[in-house]
Design a protein around this ligand. Structure first.
Ligand code: AMP
Length: 428
C-alpha cells in the first residue's frame, strides 16, 4: 500500500526556484547597502535558551505568552526557536565582549524566525527577517540612519507605496506617568476591552494601544498621547529624529498610536507600512532599546535596530517585478555518446569561466533538443553530432538573428569564451 504524501508543517512554506531569484536579488541589494554604511554581518543560532527571549522580549507579550516554539531537549533544557534576532545579537555582543574595544558596532543578519501565530497571507510560522542593529550610539542620528536605510532599500527595490510611521515610547523616567494616565482610561473602559486586553491593562497597558479588536480600538480613541508625556531628554531626542528625517527628505508620519509588541523598546519606535498587502500592513518595524544590553547582564550600552519582514517584502517586490530567471548562455545539442562526452567536457570548462552551458544527458533527438534549448531561452546553440566530429567543425547558431558560424572542434572552448566576453563588452 502506498504511503500518504508528507506535507509541509502548517504555516511553513517552501521558497521555490522562480521565487528564490527575487529573494537573492533583495538579499544582494540589502547586503550592498548595509556594507556601504559600515554594517557587518553576524550569524546567530536558530535556537537559544528560552530564558533569553523570556527576559528580553517580555513575559507579557504575545510572542512569549503564546507564540514561541519551546521544548525541552533530551536533557530537559528549555530551548526556543528564535522568534526574532535582536535578543540573540545582544546575547552575542555581551558574550563576546564586543563592547570592550569600542562599544559602537553595526550589525546585520538575515534568516528565519519562528512564531506560532495564526497563519494567513503575509503571516507565517516560519518567516524571514532582514535585520540591522546599531550598538553604542545614544544619539538620535542612529535612529535616523536606520529609517533612512529602510527608505533607501525600499526605493532601490522599487517599492514606493510605503510610509514610515514614527513615535516615541519615552524612557523609564517619563513612561510611568504616561502608563498611569493610560491605566486610568483603561480602568474606565474595561467593559469594552477584549479578554487579552483586560489582562494586559494592568500588566502591560501599552500593548492595548496595539490591539486590533474593534472594541479596544474604539476605547483607545480617547487615549492620551505618549508624546505629551515625554521628559525633556526624550522630547529633544524625538525632535532631532523628525528634524533630521525632514532634512534627509525621508517622508514620515508621527503616529502616536504606534507601539511595538516587544517590551524592550524605549524612545524611538518606527514601522514601515504599506497598502500593498491588505491586513498585514507592516513590512518592517524597529526601535530603540537602550536598556536591553544592561538588563541581559552586559554594560549599559544603548542600541537600536529594525527587522524587515522578508516574506512580505518579497511579495511586494514581486507585484512590480516578477523574478528574472537567468537563461543558459549556451545550449549544446549533442548527438551520440562520443559527442555527448565532448559536450560534457566543454560545458564543465565553460561553467568554470562563468558561461552557463546547458545540455541534455539522455538520448533525445536533435529536434527535441532544439525545442528544449528554445524553452530554456538559450541565446546560442552549439550543434555537435557524428558528422561534425568527422569534419572537425561544429555549428554555433545565434538564436536571436538565426545566423550560424562554424568553429573548429579543437578551439571550441577558447572561441566560445571569446565570443561571450565580446558579447558582454558590447552589452556593457
Ligand atoms: P517584529 O519583529 O514583530 O517587529 O516584526 C518585524 C517585521 O517582521 C514585521 O513588520 C513583519 O513584516 C515581519 N513579521 C513579523 N511576524 C511575521 C510573521 N508571522 N510572518 C511574516 N512576517 C512577519
Amino acid at each position: 500500500m502506498s504511503q500518504p504524501n508528507i506535507q509541509l508543517i502548517r504555516g511553513f512554506k517552501d521558497i521555490l526556484p522562480g521565487e528564490t531569484e527575487l529573494w537573492q536579488q533583495i538579499e544582494r541589494t540589502a547586503i550592498a547597502l548595509f556594507e556601504d554604511f559600515g554594517y557587518r554581518e553576524i550569524r546567530i543560532p536558530i535556537m537559544e535558551k528560552t530564558e533569553l527571549f523570556a527576559r528580553s522580549i517580555g513575559e507579557d507579550t504575545d510572542i512569549v505568552e503564546k507564540e514561541m516554539y519551546t521544548f525541552a531537549d533530551r536533557k530537559g533544557d528549555q530551548l526556543t526557536l528564535r522568534p526574532e534576532a535582536t535578543a540573540s545579537i545582544c546575547r552575542s555582543y555581551i558574550q563576546h565582549k564586543m563592547y570592550a574595544q569600542d562599544p559602537v558596532r553595526k550589525f546585520y543578519t538575515i534568516g528565519p524566525m519562528f512564531r506560532r501565530e495564526r497563519p494567513q497571507k503575509g503571516r507565517y510560522r516560519q518567516f524571514y527577517q532582514i535585520d540591522a542593529e546599531i550598538f553604542g550610539v545614544a544619539a538620535p542620528y542612529a535612529d535616523v540612519e536606520l529609517i533612512f536605510l529602510l527608505r533607501t532599500l525600499f526605493e532601490r527595490l522599487n517599492v514606493t507605496d510605503t510610509t514610515a510611521h514614527v513615535n516615541s515610547l519615552g524612557c523609564p523616567v517619563c513612561r510611568p506617568r504616561f502608563k498611569e494616565a493610560l491605566s486610568t482610561l483603561l480602568a474606565k473602559a474595561a467593559s469594552s476591552l477584549c479578554s487579552d486586553c483586560l489582562r494586559r491593562k494592568d500588566r502591560n497597558p501599552l500593548r492595548v494601544m496595539d490591539c486590533k479588536v474593534p472594541g479596544c480600538r474604539e476605547a483607545m480613541k480617547g487615549a492620551p498621547a505618549i508624546l505629551d508625556y515625554l521628559c525633556d531628554d526624550c522630547s529633544s531626542h524625538f525632535s532631532t529624529v523628525t528634524d533630521m528625517l525632514t532634512q534627509l527628505g525621508v517622508p514620515f508620519n508621527v503616529d502616536k498610536q504606534l507601539v511595538r509588541g516587544l517590551d524592550y523598546y524605549t524612545r524611538t519606535a518606527f514601522e514601515i507600512q504599506t497598502g500593498a498587502l491588505g491586513a498585514q500592513s507592516a513590512v518592517a518595524g524597529g526601535g530603540r532599546y537602550d536598556g536591553l544590553v544592561g538588563s541581559l547582564g552586559g554594560p549599559e550600552v544603548p542600541a537600536i535596530g529594525f527587522a524587515i519582514g522578508f516574506d512580505r517584502l518579497a511579495e511586494i517586490v514581486a507585484l512590480n517585478a516578477p523574478a528574472t530567471i537567468r537563461p543558459p548562455d549556451l545550449y549544446i545539442a549533442a548527438l551520440g555518446e562520443p559527442a555527448k562526452k565532448l559536450a560534457f567536457e566543454w560545458s564543465a570548462a565553460l561553467g568554470l569561466k562563468g558561461i552557463g552551458a546547458a545540455m541534455e544527458y539522455g538520448g533525445k533527438s536533435l529536434k527535441a533538443q532544439m525545442k528544449q534549448a528554445n524553452r530554456a531561452g538559450a541565446g546560442r546553440v552549439l550543434i555537435v553530432g557524428e558528422s561534425e566530429l568527422e569534419s572537425g567543425m561544429v555549428a554555433l547558431r545565434n538564436m536571436a538573428d538565426k545566423t550560424q558560424k562554424d568553429i573548429p572542434v579543437g578551439v571550441i572552448v577558447d572561441t566560445l569564451i571569446e565570443t561571450f566576453s565580446k558579447k558582454e563588452q558590447s552589452i556593457g
